[in-house]
Ligand binder design. Structure first.
Ligand code: ZN
Length: 234
């Protein structure tokens, strides 16, 4: 029987509630995510830098991809949906570090935050039955609000043409795949005004996606304060 990806994702989530599943990070300990793997995500941000090939774009990432990659993949590709909670909390750590430490934002904490997700390729969302980036960003916004920081997820970017999933592509192909590929959704412009705009993504690798996102925002008259990610892969 061929199941719709969304159904498979739900089934996998249900399995996580039952006994027998192992940690998405190390695969050793029982449960969804063991404490050492959780700590790897929840600690202080590991990367405070700038986006590759974009020195004007501050970047903060909660963790190194080598440490948490399996957790990101568990959520994105294996449909372990409850992982959106620890991953979203990690993204919130990165957002806070970006504003407080990375120096890209001149507003400082306290200004209302608009978290703008890098749009996922439509085909990838269909295949996975979910938009993992949007789910973690929604959780991050919620966590930031709970800590007293006004933050909202704004799905303000869209693809203006068909793009392939960045995952399977090499460095040059990733770049080519995304040239002028994004634009701001007109109704979102109002939600970006007078806010501290932060581009968010799961993983920053070559930086091609977040650079294109920043370009599209600037083209619409919005200057992003920087980029926050769960993990940085080098
Ligand atoms: Zn573990």
């Amino acid at each position: 029987m061929h199941l719709h990806p969304a159904v498979t994702a739900l089934a996998r989530s249900a399995a996580d509630l039952a006994l027998g599943s192992t940690c998405a990070g190390c695969g050793e300990h029982p449960g969804l995510l063991c404490s050492p793997c959780r700590d790897m995500l929840a600690g202080p941000a590991r990367v405070i830098s700038t986006v590759p090939e974009a020195p004007e774009l501050a970047l903060a990432a909660a963790a190194d991809y080598r440490d948490v990659g399996a957790v990101v993949i568990g959520h994105k590709d294996h449909g372990r949906l409850p992982l959106a909670v620890p991953l979203g909390d990690a993204l919130a750590v990165a957002v806070t570090a970006l504003i407080a430490e990375a120096g890209g934002c001149t507003h400082g904490l306290g200004r209302e935050l608009a978290l703008v997700t890098v749009p996922s390729a439509r085909a990838a969302v269909r295949r996975r039955g979910q938009d993992a980036t949007a789910r973690t960003a929604r959780r991050a916004a919620r966590t930031l609000r709970k800590s007293g920081q006004d933050a909202h997820l704004v799905r303000g970017l869209r693809h203006v043409r068909r793009v392939g999933d960045q995952g399977g592509l090499g460095r040059a192909a990733r770049e080519q795949n995304l040239v002028d590929a994004m634009a701001v959704r007109r109704p979102a412009l109002r939600l970006l005004q007078d806010r501290c705009v932060v581009v968010v993504d799961d993983v920053v690798t070559t930086g091609a996606s977040v650079r294109e996102a920043a370009r599209a925002l600037r083209a619409a008259g919005t200057v992003p304060c920087g980029v926050a990610a769960i993990a940085m892969a080098k």
